[in-house]
Design a protein around this ligand. Structure first.
Ligand code: ZN
Length: 432
């Protein structure tokens, strides 16, 4: 496979997936095309060896798996985990606000930890999930929406109003980052702007709209960048990059002996403690149900966990060329030099010498280079899904990621080669 083509595929996927809901919808579509069967949580599951299946939670998390020929109680599961969500802005209820009797802006709330100033002066659009009236109050009708036009922007303050701006600015989350939608006039009134927008986009009656989970996103599509197009510049590389390569590896592994699982959690950016996040029983229950549906017992399930291994794949920090002092003195990941094994003495990453060795041997087997990341000892780093997942599933686990710059910027940056490297290792792992 050509690395630039694969990177371009990723850029298309990122563009089509402005929210976790859209990412899951796109993955679902891809899996259906590959003859994966959708299993509903509430149904009895019929699963057989050699089969390919997936299930979703909340429309924003997904678990896909292929059943191998070996007994899962003895062979265990091969798992890769990633997350579907990205930091940004969520639109509040009653969002319409007027400034200077002339401008319409929207009240928003920050989701996760975006680099706020990267959202300024960018054409923005809106996407997410909308709930509509239905016969059964317990089951509102759900539709996804993606406006896909640059309908708003958060303008910067001129340097003349703040001469100190280049010394760093603290942006107030309530006052300074509200998007401007347009000028108030006959065509654009303040009242019910969002509801009218939804009604128009989804072609539904305004009275039928009950609620929404709508987010802002950068309208512009990502692209390859660099003199030799060696970099990927796009929104949401963390962590849809690993969703993309992991799903592709699962789709491409054929006639395996192992039962392979790709789990795409939601809500990593806000701590994972939701029903569709890594701090839930979502994955444990699904794995147990797989074993039971294959005719196994609870004891078979527990044995399968002992034989399982998970690669928790969430991006890592490459040494920034303008901030070389920010990194550990002896472990210095470089973009396009391969996946990064993330290590932390206090286990904010699950990697230990045994699970790290597993990943290193996998890389060696498929001739993929790899690197190691540790934080500077005087810097507290981020966390990820691995350690949280481990509190629910006591299986061997390694934390890895692809080296990137500008994590949580509206526009992140990663390496073209690395994306293909990740796919190769994941495929090697699933084919074990
Ligand atoms: Zn992440």
């Amino acid at each position: 496979m050509n690395e630039k083509m694969f990177a371009q595929e990723l850029i298309d996927f990122l563009y089509d997936s402005p929210t976790a809901f859209h990412a899951v919808e796109n993955v679902e579509e891809q899996l259906m095309k590959e003859n994966f069967v959708k299993l509903n949580e509430g149904d009895e599951w019929k699963i057989e060896k050699g089969g390919k299946y997936f299930t979703t939670k909340n429309g924003s998390a997904l678990i896909a798996f292929t059943v191998g020929s070996d007994n899962v109680a003895e062979k265990g599961f091969r798992l890769i985990g990633a997350h579907t969500d990205s930091p940004g802005f969520r639109i509040k209820p009653n969002a319409e606000m007027v400034a200077e009797k002339s401008y319409l802006k929207l009240n928003t709330e920050v989701y996760g930890g975006p680099i706020l100033n990267t959202w300024l002066d960018r054409p923005l659009s809106v996407a997410g999930r909308v709930t509509l009236m239905s016969e059964n109050p317990l089951k509102p009708e759900i539709k996804l929406m993606n406006v896909n036009r640059p309908i708003m922007i958060i303008p910067n303050l001129s340097i003349h109003m703040n001469r100190e701006v280049n010394k760093g600015v603290e942006l107030n989350r309530q006052n300074h980052v509200l998007p401007l939608v347009g000028m108030i006039n006959e065509k654009l009134e303040k009242d019910n702007f969002i509801l009218k927008l939804i009604a128009e986009e989804l072609n539904v009656e305004m009275d039928n709209i009950i609620d929404f989970d709508l987010f802002l996103y950068e309208f512009e599509k990502g692209c390859l960048v660099g003199f030799n197009e060696e970099f990927i510049s796009s929104a949401r590389l963390d962590d849809l990059q690993n969703v993309h390569s992991g799903i592709k590896a699962l789709v491409d592994c054929k006639n395996t002996t192992a039962t392979n699982v790709m789990v795409c959690y939601d809500n990593e950016e806000i701590g994972s403690s939701t029903k569709q996040g890594a701090d839930s029983e979502m994955l444990a229950i699904t794995l147990e149900r797989i074993v039971l549906a294959l005719g196994g017992t609870r004891d078979d399930y527990l044995r399968s966990i002992a034989h399982s291994f998970i690669i928790s794949a969430d991006n890592a920090h490459a040494v920034h060329p303008n901030y070389v002092e920010k990194h550990d003195p002896t472990n210095r990941p470089i973009i396009n030099n391969g996946p990064v094994i993330k290590i932390n003495a206090n286990q904010s990453y699950t990697t230990d010498s045994e699970s790290g060795a597993v990943f290193e041997m996998l890389c060696k087997k498929c001739e993929v280079p790899y690197q190691k990341f540790v934080n500077r000892s005087d810097v507290r780093g981020g966390s990820t899904i691995g350690p949280i997942n481990s509190t629910h599933l006591n299986m061997r686990s390694v934390d890895i990621g692809l080296p990137q710059f500008a994590m949580h910027s509206i526009r992140e940056m990663a390496g073209v080669k690395d994306h293909l490297y990740a796919y190769k290792v994941y495929l090697e792992f699933f084919n074990l």
